[in-house]
Write a new protein. Structure first.
Length: 115
């Protein structure tokens, strides 16, 4: 499996998970620049806009997928969120979440809110 395929599979699992817990998915894979992309933009049950960064790994051998969210990556996610808010100014409350997904031996999901 390619990294791109694994990432797409993880984003699909994350969307299904978020919808199950009451989130409404607004958009996926929004690019603002070469370095600035939002994996998922959703609204939670309380109406808060949430930018969700999804990190997926086939196994946990190389560590937790969330370890791949560096300070630089976080700053790029934040820039993306602010760009989204410029285009959609109606949202007053917002946050950034991260979801890690490990695919084998069984699917494991870890959702961190307000990173």
């Amino acid at each position: 499996m390619s990294n791109k395929f694994i990432g797409e599979q993880g984003e699909e699992i994350a969307c299904e998970y978020l919808q199950k817990i009451g989130y409404k998915i607004l958009e996926r894979n929004i690019h603002f620049s070469r370095f600035c992309e939002l994996d998922i933009v959703a609204v939670d049950k309380s109406g808060v806009l949430v930018a969700v960064e999804v990190k997926t790994r086939k196994t946990e051998i190389c560590g937790d997928p969330l370890e791949a969210i560096t300070r630089k990556k976080y700053e790029n996610i934040k820039k993306g969120l602010f760009n989204f808010l410029k285009e959609h100014p109606g949202y007053k409350k917002f946050r950034i979440d991260a979801i890690s997904i490990i695919l084998t031996p069984s699917v494991s999901i870890n959702h961190l809110k307000n990173i």
